[in-house]
Design a protein around this ligand. Sequence first.
Ligand SMILES: *Cc1c(COP(=O)(O)O)cnc(C)c1O
Length: 386
Amino acid sequence: MSKSIPYSHQCIEEDDIKAVVEVLRSDYLTQGPKVQEFEQHLSAYCGAKFAVSFSSGTAALHGAYFAAALGGGYEIITSPMTFLATANAALYLGARPVFVDIEADTGNISPALIEQAITKKTRAIVPVHFAGHPADLSKIAETVKKYHLIMIEDACHALGGRYLKGKIGDCRYSDMTVFSFHPVKSITTAEGGAVLTNNAGLYEKLVMFRQHGVTRNARAFLNKENYLGQWYYEMQYLGYNYRLTDIHSALGISQLRKLDRFIQKRREIAKIYSQAFVDNPCFQTPIEKDYAESAWHLYPVRLKDRYKAKKAEVFAKLRARGLGVQVHYMPVYLQPYYQQLGYKKALCPHSEDFYQREISIPIFQSMSEDDIDYVVKNVLGVFQEF
Ligand SMILES: *Cc1c(COP(=O)(O)O)cnc(C)c1O
């Protein structure tokens, strides 16, 4: 029997399909009632005042950075152990990402190293909750406060996770939290994203940025003397069309109802793996800090020294057994585009070491018991081939 199990996969059920089809039969495919409904459910789930949906997690990051007034001459501090978009969205606005190294165990930005990276140009700190495991937000918040900065959580891995009993997305320690609803994430809208915030001013800017920088809110008009009738609107910023559609939003509403079940399943799989691989001589398993409940977006194992140089071989053997393993991530600054911008190798040694050891094995809500067994057997089996 040969299997093929991806590292992650969406879980779409009949009621999800029905919700989407209902919108297709309705009057509004986009800019209709489902968008706000999704946003209301999402903000209520997370415990934040506002949610603004976007057409992708990347667009949501762009919006959050814009709302934080990032622009030319400013810097954000983030981790290189992330998807490209975290850093790219700063470049979109002419700002510069400054990379701070990670903690070797969680793969999250090291709070102790942030302070020395702060300059006069620093505007925001952007912790990424790597693999769904929350970064140490209260520690990072101390530095944010001390230097009067903004904190934006890249929580694209972490919807459904918790930090110190609070839900990721409640923005208790941050100004904004960004989610993605790509099919590999906790819930999906196909493409989609959102920014959560408790700040009404940021909320207004996010809503405008998503739609060409336009407002129809009469109280916010800058040229009130131009107002002649109900058709009037004002463009006050250079925004984009970053809207999520009603089709996507309906899927999001339906998926959100299942989020707790999805996370519970991911947590169960992680537990099975961590028991099956306990004290493994070949690789280390991911941990959960006492302040964290991971959303287990990924299950990142790290090869021990004797296999580090053989990672490509281990990876190929896992793939040959039908495990759709992946690597998260090559540090962003090692990409050719970033190298051309002048970022140097060895900038973040822990991140580079992590990259050389890391392999993400399959974990997602629709895995069967058979799939889980298959992964365990074959991960253990691969190392017997050496
Ligand atoms: C997925 C992801 C993004 C981008 O989200 P998209 O919806 O794919 O645009 C950004 N940051 C991280 C950490 C991600 O995993």
